[in-house]
Ligand binder design. Sequence first.
Ligand SMILES: Cc1cc2nc3c(=O)[nH]c(=O)nc-3n(C[C@H](O)[C@H](O)[C@H](O)COP(=O)(O)OP(=O)(O)OC[C@H]3O[C@@H](n4cnc5c(N)ncnc54)[C@H](O)[C@@H]3O)c2cc1C
Ligand code: SF4
Length: 448
Amino acid sequence: MTATARASTSDATGARTAALRAAVARVVASGNCSGCGACTLLDPGLRMRLDEEGNLRPVPVDSQPVDTQPVDPQPAGSPQAPVDSAPVGPDALRRFEEACPGVTVRAVRPPSTRRHPTMGPYLRVWMAWATDTDVRFRGSSGGALTAIAAWMLETGQAARMVGARADTQEPRRTVSVSILSREEALTAAGSRYAPTASASRPEALLPGTVMVGKPCEVSAIRALTSRPDGRRDDNPVLLSFFCAGTPSQHATDRLAAQLGSPAGTPVTDLWYRGRGWPGRFTVQRPDGTSSDASYDESWGSALGPATQWRCKICPDGVGESADITAADFWESDEKGYPVFADGDGRSALIARTERGYDIVLRAIEAGVISVSTIDLDELAAVQPLQTTRRSTLAGRLAGARLAGDSVPHFRGFGLLALALPRLREVVRVARGTYRRARDRRAAAGLRS
Ligand SMILES: Cc1cc2nc3c(=O)[nH]c(=O)nc-3n(C[C@H](O)[C@H](O)[C@H](O)COP(=O)(O)OP(=O)(O)OC[C@H]3O[C@@H](n4cnc5c(N)ncnc54)[C@H](O)[C@@H]3O)c2cc1C
Ligand code: SF4
């Protein structure tokens, strides 16, 4: 290549990088970033870092660190990242705009599925739990996701899994990891209510991967791996779970401090739930002592109230883009509200694609999970946060827009149709959102 040709290639790459970075910066500045990490797969010059509010955000590698997300070493045998060393590609901006959950989320319509208005597309739904008592105990609810992913690894149906677990050096932190064995999968079982960016793992794009991720991570990876011919069979298998939102890292740090482990003091392990259902938020120290808090105290009072803005306007907390989605299948009280009494874990499991349905049927046949059929309305009844957030979302989006905020484009979720029967409540939500957004903008010196 001549010097002139080299210069013009590098100019084009520079312009593409600048355009992509500007688009990413707009999403972050608007507060619509979910911290999924997918943009870092399109631009090798971006990394996920905790910002001052304790949320993971993409920043240029050379910017001043607040805190870099701890990066787990690649296990032996991990494939090379397909895009990690590549320059920003010619279609990177288009792919970003299709995949970034802070720009757009489209409801998917996989073949042969029916659609529930709040629970999304499905072929079949079960109550399910891992037959291995250890996996069921360690799992967040029934351990079904860990059981399925570990079985796929053991039987060679998957070459690797992407999941999230406590950082070994600093267990107050959560890291997204590449997992190659059943034992590692078990270490990563259980929900972690803290920032981690599983869609930043390059292996998530590869055939032979089974990825477990939050709905925003899974929708981003689905968009990045979708093919024009619609074929899915050599794409990564995507497993997701219901998600009420990602709390700031500061909420974990504060709760650990309240329980006697302030920042800077050594902690050997920290988990949010699991090891029982729902299990307790627990901090373990090197002297063998530990402190804990109930699910109500931890999620209800400390973590849940600290979720980021993007999660409050999420149209898809139910993992619509996954092949299989799990949720807590709570018992309910006489008024229909979920009861968080400790018991043997049970998940609801939704097969959302033909491929997911086939995997669940084979996992049942292999004795990996036990199931009984349930109705999707039964699940919706014990998921009030998911049904209310989606049904009143049109109001929240309208309130934010009226105050001058920009919000992502959500397509195909039927938000207006869901809002109409609850109009009074939707108007109240719109007013409240408008007032809060207007006051925030005024405090920041922005015009409404
Ligand atoms: C942020 C968050 C919000 C949640 N909100 C809801 C809700 O609204 N309704 C509800 O029913 N359940 C919610 N859950 C809990 C979870 O959806 C259920 O417990 C589900 O049934 C888990 O299924 P399981 O027992 O089969 O999972 P497990 O077998 O325990 O597997 C969980 C998998 O998720 C991965 N994982 C854990 N934390 C994270 C994370 N932060 N980011 C990415 N991957 C992670 C783990 O590595 C593991 O592979 C939430 C969980 C999280 C992390
Ligand atoms: S939502 Fe995900 S893809 Fe979009 S800017 Fe944030 S980290 Fe990047």
